[in-house]
Design a protein around this ligand. Structure first.
Ligand SMILES: Nc1ccn([C@@H]2O[C@H](COP(=O)(O)OP(=O)(O)OP(=O)(O)O)[C@@H](O)[C@H]2O)c(=O)n1
Ligand SMILES: C[C@](O)(CO)[C@H](O)COP(=O)(O)O
Length: 235
């Protein structure tokens, strides 16, 4: 790994407690096969060999019947906790467990269990660039297509200026104490908190956007597995 001295030590929280309703699969999408392993195993593999990893917390659904059957569930760097109703609740559950063992200002990366194609180059880029920032930041991709805002009738309300529109990915990297506090306040606000950065924004911070690969796809709909399959043929 190049520039390893520029990379700070970090913890990881993996929200993996979703039911994958949009996937319409019997098995929760994080446990669907992708090559020889499950989506979640591929997601974890990008972090587990990193020399600066301090540990991982995986937030699981209370009714999860799959995790313990995975060999990776025995990995010494991984702890688990029970997630919550929304993604943000599951992230907060992971942060609460970390708060009992990590430095208050430790760097924490939150990464969707459903994003198995994170590349080491993007992980290290985020760690180096956001790790030098006072607030932290997230991987994201600039909009490539023309973007339309829709009205209630399903017609174009306006065309957005795509020069200033980016699509948020994960990991999203923030200090443990700031992220935990921002999420707690954000959840109390009643506003939709669909990623960690939006909680920091609500708290008055402006996270840094770090350009990442557009193939860091989130498995959301059935076709997403097909898009990702070629990356995992022999893995
Ligand atoms: N209560 C929840 C909801 C989601 N997630 C996790 O957050 C990530 C991104 O969420 P999403 O893609 O929305 O997953 P699901 O909620 O499972 O999907 P859906 O919205 O289609 O039900 C996933 O890894 C999912 O497991 C979670 O840990 N806890
Ligand atoms: C966190 C995220 O992946 C950033 O794009 C996204 O907000 C998750 O949304 P989801 O509806 O919980 O999948």
């Amino acid at each position: 790994m190049k520039n390893s001295d520029q990379i700070p030590p970090f913890w990881v929280v993996i929200p993996a407690a979703g039911i994958g309703s949009r996937m319409q699969s019997v098995v929760p999408k994080q446990y669907l096969p992708l090559g020889r392993l499950t989506v979640l195993e591929h997601t974890l593999s990008c972090f587990l060999d990193h020399p600066k990893l301090l540990g991982i917390v995986v937030s699981l659904a209370s009714e999860d019947n799959y995790w313990n059957s995975l060999a990776v569930s025995k990995h010494p760097a991984i702890q688990t906790t029970i997630g919550g109703k929304e993604r943000a609740d599951s992230v907060l559950a992971g942060l609460s467990l970390l708060a009992q063992q990590a430095e208050a200002d430790a760097w924490v990366l939150v990464h969707d269990a459903a994003r198995p194609n994170l590349q080491q180059e993007d992980l290290d880029k985020l760690l180096i660039v956001a790790g030098k920032d006072s607030v932290g930041g997230l991987l994201a991709v600039p909009a490539r297509d023309t973007l339309k805002q829709v009205d209630d009738a399903g017609r174009v309300k306006t065309t957005l200026d795509r020069r200033v529109i980016w699509q948020a990915l994960t990991p999203q990297m923030f200090h443990l104490d700031q992220l935990q506090s921002a999420l707690e306040q954000g959840l109390k606000s009643g506003q939709a908190i669909t990623d960690e950065a939006s909680a920091l924004e609500l708290a008055g911070y402006s996270p840094l956007l770090v350009e990442g690969r557009s193939d860091n796809l989130k498995v959301t709909h059935p076709e997403d597995i097909q898009w990702l399959a070629p990356y995992f043929i022999n893995l």
